[in-house]
Ligand binder design. Structure first.
Ligand code: F6R
Length: 609
């Protein structure tokens, strides 16, 4: 988590730092701070709260310098406060650092430094790094950084400045993202591309263990032994506007409305609408190659994990391979029975989620073949997995994932069709029918988004409730899980999802008069059973909002309200059924006055365990 920026050139650093940080606030927004070298001395300005609080603090007193670093924080060690905000300095104030990640051995290091007489002024793990710089300084910043790297353990992106060498910024990373932007007579550092895209499109991505010395006129990269590293520079081809709100009130709403395009883009080059076939040129698997795979593991966190659960249904039913789905933070601690005959699929929008990456690495260590499904080109998942399927959702800025989720579902469905055909478990006719259904999805989503008034009304009517339940069977259950997560994370309404048949094994006790229960009823083979469960909650006077297909005339007899979605196949239904759930959460959050794009305590990219 946390957002990092750096600038060195001949323009004023502070405006760039503040602008860049505003693009990275999704990574953390507990506090913000910048440090510059002003009149030869380190000047740090930081405060708890959003970036706006820092802007206000700097009004009329903007630091003046052509070199600086900045940070938006998502607290791990030490509560959000002024003193725990980054940047951190050593006791002399001459060495300054910003950090994203966790220094795991910071307590031992802190004790050693305290024994030497060092006084600490924050509760963070990061502060040890600043003191270590001062303690180990040998007159040369690069060699001192290398010494620091030899003693710290953990995960980090680190950016250093010091008074002794005013013409450079040094940065390094392990398990956390860092990109360098190359300008003319100026260079940029950031955790993520949106921070620099307004200034340069020429970038490269730092890899673990690399140390970059960034000056006004160039960037020099080496490893800890001093071996020079030639980095491949690439041009970012995103539209800068793609990372802005484009007229929508929130990024989340914009991203919900971008789903038809995201779907089309993710199908491009993979779905042949005429022949009704799926290809994955990036995989190019053969049926022989797949013979050896006898088990698939899908590993992910949060929303991506929910996409994984849907993926399990797809792969098991269409490709007839046993699939286990794991929460990434649990995976490696349960000694998973992964071996050379396993395929491990990790799903991650950002491609940087720490637990997901750890699961990927563990699977590789155990000999599995690995496949990353990610939205971010060049992300750690993309680089480390044996093969990668990109979802082309475009940048997702809102913390609550929407278009990344639906493109993940789409990727999993396309993959299951592809594998099913290769393994001969999916008949050509059924595959064609499935692909035909896929081709209609973008337009169907588009149509659903044209009229959302009914959902706004429900959100107003039930937005003040404290609890809500989501029920469904089979694929509907998997979607219910995502619906509940969306509602919780942005509206703070307590929400739980249950397999509809499971409710009576305990949770039915919580269903009382007036509690909203959202029942998904799109799966034909379990439809009657779902309707029975719907009636069970109705009998306890719950308010039922059902989600079913247009043309379903039964649901309205049992439910208080019905949201109709366009008729589609059972495997396609999740792609549409989640839409009203995303919108319901969005408008409920608005009703409750919540900060939709930046929900409390959450950050977009979770790069700590
Ligand atoms: C919820 C949400 C999170 C992420 C999770 C994994 O809306 O976005 O639950 O899905 O943190 O993130 P990625 O997909 O980047 O690995």
């Amino acid at each position: 988590m946390c957002g990092i920026v750096g600038y060195i050139g001949s323009k004023q650093a502070a405006p760039f730092l503040l602008d860049g940080m505003s693009k990275l606030e999704y990574r953390g927004y507990d506090s913000a701070g910048i440090a510059v070298l002003e009149k030869g001395q380190v000047r740090v300005e930081k405060c708890v709260g959003r970036l706006d609080a820092l802007r206000q603090k700097l009004e009329g007193n903007m630091p003046e310098s052509v070199i600086g670093i900045g940070h938006t924080r998502w607290a791990t060690h030490g509560r959000p406060s002024d003193r725990n905000s980054h940047p951190h300095t050593d006791s002399s104030g001459k060495f300054v650092v910003v950090h994203n990640g966790i220094i795991e051995n910071y307590l031992a290091l802190k004790e050693e430094l305290i024994a030497k007489g060092v006084e600490f002024s924050s509760d963070t793990d990061t502060e040890v790094v600043a003191h270590l710089m001062a303690d180990l300084f040998d007159g040369d910043m690069e060699s001192t950084v290398k010494k620091v790297l030899k003693v710290i353990k953990g995960s980090y992106s680190l950016v250093f400045m010091c008074e002794a060498e005013q013409d450079k910024i040094i940065c390094t990373k392990k398990d956390n993202p860092l990109v360098i932007g190359l300008g003319e007579g100026e260079n940029f550092i950031a955790s993520d591309i949106p921070a620099i895209i307004n200034h340069t499109r020429r970038t490269f991505i730092m890899s673990d263990g690399e140390i970059a010395t960034v000056t006004k006129d160039g960037v020099w990269v080496q490893d800890i032994e001093g071996t020079p590293i030639n980095k491949k520079v690439f041009e970012v081809n995103w539209n800068a506007e793609a990372a802005e709100k484009g007229g929508f009130e929130h990024f989340m709403l914009k991203e919900i409305y971008e789903q038809p395009k995201a779907m089309r883009d993710t199908m491009t080059g993979r779905v042949n609408a005429e022949e009704k076939t799926i290809t994955f040129p990036e995989l190019n698997w053969t049926s022989e190659e797949l013979q050896g795979i006898n088990k698939i593991f899908i590993v992910a966190c949060g929303t991506a994990y929910h996409a994984g659960i849907v993926g399990k249904y797809y792969l098991e039913q269409l490709a007839r391979v046993p699939v286990e789905v794991d929460i990434a933070s649990e995976f490696r601690y349960r000694s998973p029975l992964v071996d050379g005959n396993s395929l491990c699929i990790v799903i991650s929008q950002s491609g940087e989620t720490s637990d997901t990456l750890a699961a990927l690495r563990e699977s590789k260590r155990l000999g599995a073949r690995t496949l990353g499904v990610t939205n971010v080109v060049g992300s750690s998942v993309a680089r480390e997995a044996d093969q990668v399927i990109y979802t082309y959702a475009g940048p997702e800025i809102a913390v609550a994932s929407t278009k990344a989720y639906t493109t993940q579902l789409l990727a999993m469905l396309m993959l299951a069709i592809y594998v099913g055909r290769l393994r001969g478990t999916l008949a050509e006719e059924q595959a064609k029918e499935l692909v035909g259904g896929l081709a209609s999805i973008p337009e169907q989503i588009h149509k659903m988004l044209e009229d959302v008034d009914q959902i706004k009304v429900f959100a107003r009517e039930y937005g003040s409730c404290e609890d809500a339940f989501f029920l469904g069977r089979s694929l509907d259950y998997a979607v219910a899980l995502e619906g509940a997560l969306k509602l919780k994370e942005i509206s703070y309404i307590h929400a739980e999802a249950y397999a509809a048949g499971e409710l009576k094994h305990g949770t039915l006790a919580l269903i009382v008069s007036g509690v909203p229960v959202i029942v998904l009823a799109t799966q034909e083979d379990v439809y009657d059973k779902t309707v029975s469960n719907l009636q069970e909650v109705k009998a306890r006077e719950a308010v039922v909002i059902a989600i079913g297909f247009e043309g379903d005339t039964s649901l309205a007899k049992y439910a208080d309200h019905v949201i109709y979605i366009p008729k589609t196949g059972k495997y396609h239904a999740p792609l549409l059924a989640v839409l009203p759930l995303q919108l319901l959460s969005y408008y409920a959050a608005l009703t409750r006055g919540c900060d939709v794009d930046k929900p409390r305590n959450l950050a977009k990219s979770v790069t700590v365990e």
